[in-house]
Design a protein around this ligand. Structure first.
Ligand code: NAD
Length: 260
């Protein structure tokens, strides 16, 4: 379906981003990977995608907290592949603390990486999409884009912001063949969440498994993690012809979290 199209997934060296890049590649898209990590492991992943799916894959080390690097990454993608058709804004970090103790540098970093990076990426990518009359922008928000939890002021503010940004972009691009949607996952077992589980286990004296169950049952009626591959599958659907008129939506994939 996406053969001949190019997708850029920010933060695709791990977790949800990697699974989404893999799903888009499996559907035929060329992919630009991005994110931090071990150089050799990233190269193995990049080459593996090319071999497994017969597509072209490149990697950009752009830092999503740096606007100039984001703009340069979009320009490089367009130059390297001829176009950028699918932009998945996924890179994200977390920090947990109450507001009075929230470190200023963590606030700035979370707003920059989880929110402003999507603005910079969309701003640079949308002119080409509008010109070609086809584009798919997918913002990986969170259940925390729709509801709040204590101790996550920067994350919740950024994720609510990205859901709002999604709606504005959808309205502006509505008649240019470009859709913009948000995906709002609940708990997905990735390194970002593993850190929170480990911290809980350590603080409470529970086993890691007990901390996992406590974390899930506190928020989700469904006591299981969403698989990163399921987020990838939803992203592929949002790129399909069947989703051509879905725009400005915030799709929950959260085991019933925000249904309560
Ligand atoms: P992860 O830690 O596995 O992956 C994060 C990715 O972002 C990595 O590739 C990392 O290198 C990259 N990254 C971080 N800072 C960066 C920077 N400055 N520049 C470039 N890349 C950077 O996390 P994940 O759980 O896969 O999270 C991915 C997205 O999904 C995030 O936006 C997160 O908020 C969102 N999300 C995750 C969950 C969950 O339960 N895991 C739930 C809802 C939403």
């Amino acid at each position: 379906m996406l053969k001949g199209k190019t997708a850029l997934v920010t933060g695709s060296t791990s977790g949800i981003g990697l699974a989404t890049a893999r799903a888009l590649a499996a559907d035929g898209a060329n992919v630009m990977l991005n994110g931090f990590g071990d150089k050799d492991a990233i190269e193995t992943e990049r080459a593996g995608l090319e071999k497994e799916f017969g597509i072209k894959a490149r990697y950009s080390p752009a830092d999503m907290s740096k606007p100039a690097e984001i703009a340069a990454m979009i320009a490089t993608t367009e130059k390297e592949f001829g176009a950028l058709d699918v932009l998945v804004n996924n890179a994200g970090i977390q920090h947990v603390a109450s507001i009075e103790d929230f470190p200023l540098d963590k606030w700035d970093a979370i707003i920059a990486i989880n929110l402003s990076s999507a603005f910079h990426g969309i701003r640079a990518a949308i002119p080409g999409m509008k010109k070609r009359k086809w584009g798919r922008i997918i913002n990986i928000a969170s259940a925390h884009g729709l509801v709040a939890s204590a101790q996550k002021v920067a994350y919740v503010a950024a994720k609510h912001g990205i859901v709002g940004m999604t709606k504005v972009v959808a309205i502006e691009a509505a008649n240019d063949g470009v859709t913009c949607n948000a995906i709002c996952p609940g708990w997905v077992l990735t390194p970002l969440v593993q850190k929170q589980i480990d911290a809980r286990a350590q603080a409470s004296g529970q086993s890691v498994r007990e901390a996992e169950i406590a974390l899930l049952s506190e928020k989700q009626p469904m006591h299981q993690f969403t698989k990163p591959e399921s987020i990838g599958a939803l992203a592929v659907f949002l790129c399909s012809d069947g989703a051509a008129s879905i725009t400005g939506s915030a799709y929950s994939i959260d085991g019933g979290w925000v249904a309560q």
